[in-house]
Design a protein around this ligand. Structure first.
Ligand code: PLP
Length: 479
């Protein structure tokens, strides 16, 4: 029976075509609309209903990519993409990802590929050091990091570890509905999902007030909430602090929150999905002040640290609690290395069993850029955001909607006719800019105020792109 796969020689030949295709795409992506102009169903209407009965030449896929896929793609690597948070996919990391696919490794256990586990330990240790994190989050000092697919998963894993610490009988008896999880009004929605998945129910979520100006969680409000819950016989399990909230980039004070939680043994998780990686720059490490009081922290290398999706980093000072909380040991996974206790089996640190060799693409990124390159990448965006914020401060039509944070700037139109009119005008401006296809922006609503978010973070974004965006915003406001 002949193999239908490509032979290594065919792979080499077609592989070069694929690399050429990606290189061409990246070098011309700035000539495309950032967001496609297609109606729902456009893609499916152009694809055959049935799978091919017989294998097809690979070249046909490449032409479908040009004709069907790219015209309906939102170009996250476009220099004028400012939506959500960035999804950096440096070409170095794309190659690293290819190598991972080429090795075809499944790293659920140390023994299913020692290199997969140990490289992951190594790069997470090195990155923790580069980000100025306390040594207690590294393997040398009893902690450790891992790579998972999303900050949402990391947040769920942290919650499960916290539940395990709060009540080790949780594994047998499940939750007893006395558990409380503390978030702020700005915490990412993945925490609501994590609470649901963990079976706690939305009633377990206590929403702590934030400072109205900075959007940061108020430690004294958290303290009062914990004390009230304890008095009512409830069990405070975890507080999720955020470094770089999704709406406005607000930064919760980890130290003060850690001090509130310490006497009660509440797990402190830091969700630094977007902003955390900026700590590779010493001048931004202050946002992690007090991290030694936290139990876990996650940040996404696939957002702003140049690594192709998916690459979330999760570190904990308490790997044993985390792994004991999730460990299951069916006979078919038992092996001598695991039994020796000398190795880490990352399947115990995550929800799925199987895992990709994600460390390779991160390693490719870190080695290609070097720390100097990573810092330059972050600093360029922060500098552009500062300049944009200055233009907004000096402007009559727009105003800042929140204090600028790193490379995130929130702005809104001021009409002088009240909040509703401002909201309507701001929404209209964003829609007009997006309709041109020249830039892509997304929004948030904070305290009833509609804000345009400008999340600067694509590696190819230059100052002239920000100038063009500013002109487009001005034009849209006067249209
Ligand atoms: N946490 C925060 C603060 C975020 O901003 C985001 C996404 O923007 C997430 C979590 C979810 O990230 P992921 O897509 O990696 O699950």
């Amino acid at each position: 029976m002949p193999s239908h796969d490509l032979t290594p020689d065919e792979f080499r030949r077609i592989g070069y075509q694929v690399i050429d295709w990606i290189a061409d795409y990246r070098s011309t992506v700035d000539q495309r609309r950032v967001q496609p102009d297609v109606a729902p169903g456009w893609v499916r209407a152009r694809l055959p209903d049935k799978l091919p009965e017989h294998g097809e030449p690979f070249g046909q896929l490449l032409s479908d990519l040009d004709e069907v896929i790219v015209p309906a793609t939102t170009h996250w690597q476009h220099p004028s993409f400012y939506g959500y948070f960035p999804g950096n996919a440096s070409l170095a990391s794309v190659l690293g990802d290819m190598l991972s696919g080429g090795l075809g490794v499944q790293g659920m256990l140390w023994s299913t590929s020692p290199a997969c586990t140990e490289l992951e330990q190594h790069v997470t240790d090195q990155l923790a050091d580069a980000m100025g994190m306390p040594a207690s989050f590294t393997t040398a000092d009893g902690g450790g990091g891992m790579i998972t697919e999303a900050a949402s998963s990391a947040n769920l894993v942290a919650l499960l570890a916290a539940l395990h610490r709060a009540s080790p009988q949780w594994q047998d008896a499940g939750v007893d509905r006395s558990e409380v999880v503390y978030v702020s009004t700005h915490t990412h929605s993945s925490l609501d999902k994590a609470v649901r998945i963990a079976g706690l129910g939305a009633n377990a979520v206590r929403v702590v007030d934030v400072d109205p100006t900075t959007g940061a969680m108020l430690p004294e409000a958290l303290d009062a909430a914990i004390i009230a819950d304890l008095a009512a016989g409830r069990r405070p399990v975890m507080v999720c602090t955020t470094v770089g909230t999704t709406s406005t980039g607000a930064i919760d004070p980890i130290r003060a929150i850690g001090e509130v939680c310490a006497p009660h043994g509440v797990w402190v998780h830091v969700d630094a999905a977007w902003a955390g990686v900026a700590a590779v720059c010493p001048e931004h490490q202050g946002m992690l002040d007090g991290l030694e009081l936290a139990d876990s922290i996650c940040t996404d290398a696939h957002k702003w640290l140049l690594t192709a999706f998916d690459c979330t980093l999760l570190w904990t000072r308490r790997p044993r609690v985390l792994a004991n909380g999730l460990a299951v040991a069916p006979e078919y996974l038992r092996n001598a290395a695991s039994a020796s206790g000398e190795v880490v089996d990352y399947r115990d640190w995550q929800i799925p069993l199987g895992r990709r060799f994600r460390a390779l693409k991160l390693w490719a990124t870190l080695r290609t850029f070097g720390l100097e390159g990573l810092r330059e990448h972050i600093r360029r965006h922060v500098a552009m955001a500062c300049e944009l914020a200055d233009w907004i401060r000096d402007d009559q039509t727009f105003e800042l909607g929140a204090p600028p944070s790193l490379a995130l700037v929130c702005l809104r139109v001021r009409t002088g006719r009240g909040v509703e009119a401002d909201n309507e005008a701001t929404r209209a401006v964003m829609e007009r800019v997006n309709a041109t296809g020249d830039a892509f922006l997304t929004h948030t609503v904070v305290d009833g105020r509609y804000l345009i978010r400008v999340a600067i973070g694509v590696p190819t974004t230059e100052r002239h792109h920000i100038q063009a965006l500013w002109q487009a915003l001005q034009a849209a406001a006067t249209a």
